[in-house]
Design a binder for this molecule. Sequence first.
Ligand SMILES: [Mg+2]
Ligand SMILES: [Zn+2]
Length: 190
Amino acid sequence: MKLVILDRDGVINTDSDTFVKSADEWVPIEGSIDAIARLSKAGFTVVVATNQSGLGRNLFDLDDLEAMHKKMIELVEDADGELAGIFYCPHHPDDNCHCRKPKPGLIDAIENEFCTTARNAFFVGDSLRDLQAAVAKQCRPILVKTGKGEKTVKELDTTDIFNTSDNGKINKLAIFDDLAAATNFIINNH
Ligand SMILES: [Mg+2]
Ligand SMILES: [Zn+2]
């Protein structure tokens, strides 16, 4: 199975420091919908794994989240693509759940749902916690510079997630401007 896991905010849609709380506030990043369609047309199973602590913070409710995801799914379908699943963590950071990235619970759930391993699957994110979850599950981590990506590039200088004694087991990090550019790489390197 050719699997690509995408973070949502800052990768597919524009991020906001005040949270993306409604379908109206859910605005795709230029080229991202087409990129998802290209991945699915190339035979990839494309899945979203997203922290949505706005639920746990009571900033929006499940109906709002469903409306955002309906909008995302319809845009992808209009581009002749398909999202195979959307996995989200609804918890507050203080809940100490097992699904909020950097914890790998969302990726575990994807593995269970699709009866596959996420090892060597591509994982595209804009935050350090995306890359940490990807590394924990031996995915191939890809950082995009949209969303929090530019900030994350700087954080990489002071983090050791790609520089531990386990290095042999950790897939190399690839960095691209956005999901469209990452998609070109994924299609040419799977
Ligand atoms: Mg993000
Ligand atoms: Zn959670």
